[in-house]
Structure formats: C-alpha cells, structure tokens
Design a protein around this ligand. Structure first.
Ligand code: ZN
Length: 160
C-alpha cells in the first residue's frame, strides 16, 4: 500500500540539524504514526513521503519554508530582568510562556546581559534546514473516525 491521503503512516525517523547532530529520534521506541494529507507533520516531510510504501528508507532534506518556517526577527525581544519575577537564575535555553498580542507564546531565553534578557518566540527549529532519515514501517487505511478527527487513534496516535 502506498502513502497517500487518508492513509495512516507509521515510521521511524531521526531528525538532524545542519551540523549533523541528532535532535530527535524515534529509534528504540514506538514509531510515529500520522494521518497523511491532514497536515499532522511538516509539509516538506509529508510531501516527500507521498507514494512511498512500507519498508522504504529515505533521507529527506527540508528547507525552513517547508519545515518550521523562517526566523521572524519580530519575535526576538530583549525584556527587563524584572519581567521574570520569581525566577532566581535565568539561563540561556530556559523556556517560558509569554503573553503576546496573539495569545500565549512559548519563548526561549537566548541571552542574558546587563541590558536584560533576550527571548526568542520562534519555533526552536525555525530557520533551519533539517534532515530526516526515515524508515516507513506500515501504511494502512485510516478509519472513518480518524479521517473526521484529522489525526491517528491507537498506537502512536491519539488516545481518547
Ligand atoms: Zn480523535
């Protein structure tokens, strides 16, 4: 069975950054299951899997535009240290939920200096060309319920 819209695809993946460091991997755990054509995963990866089948192994390079987007400089701000009351020790890499004009936004501290704390509200993988090593484990028809919900139920998917 080939990967197409309304198929549930189970796959193992290893995600690497441009330096070749592994950022995330399903190896040693349950495969990831997603509903193809429902935008459950980033477009660059979903498009590359179209027409593939169980047993196929492929390496997919995903540009930021087809991944987690380009870096938006407007989402990088330096705020006063006082904005972090109750947090004794602020270090780069810490994540906080901030209030933005579009609602809650997860931000990552990128720099701490005398001027304040620089936070970045971009997705941590924004602006990065990503490489996925993928092995397709299984392809099956989605159930009517999965199609109406737009996501996978059961192993590797939603449990509700
Ligand atoms: Zn559901």
């Amino acid at each position: 069975m080939q990967v197409a819209s309304d198929k549930v695809v189970s796959l193992h993946y290893t995600l690497k950054n441009p330096e070749g460091q592994t950022l995330d991997s399903s190896a040693g755990g349950e495969p990831l299951a997603y509903l193809h054509g429902a935008h459950n995963i980033i477009p660059g990866l979903e498009n590359a899997l179209e027409g593939k089948q169980a047993g196929d192994k492929l390496t997919v390079e995903v540009k930021p535009e087809e991944g987690y987007g380009l870096t938006d400089e407007a989402l990088i701000q330096t705020v006063p240290r006082e904005a972090f009351q109750g947090v004794d020790d602020i270090q780069p890499g810490m994540r906080f939920e901030a209030q933005s004009s579009h609602g809650p936004l997860m931000v990552t501290v990128t720099r701490v200096s005398d001027e304040g704390v620089t936070v970045d509200g971009n997705h941590p993988l924004a602006g990065m060309t990503l490489t996925f090593d993928v092995e397709i484990v299984d392809v099956r028809d989605a159930t009517e319920e999965e199609k109406s919900h737009g996501h996978v139920h059961g192993a590797g998917g939603h449990d509700h």
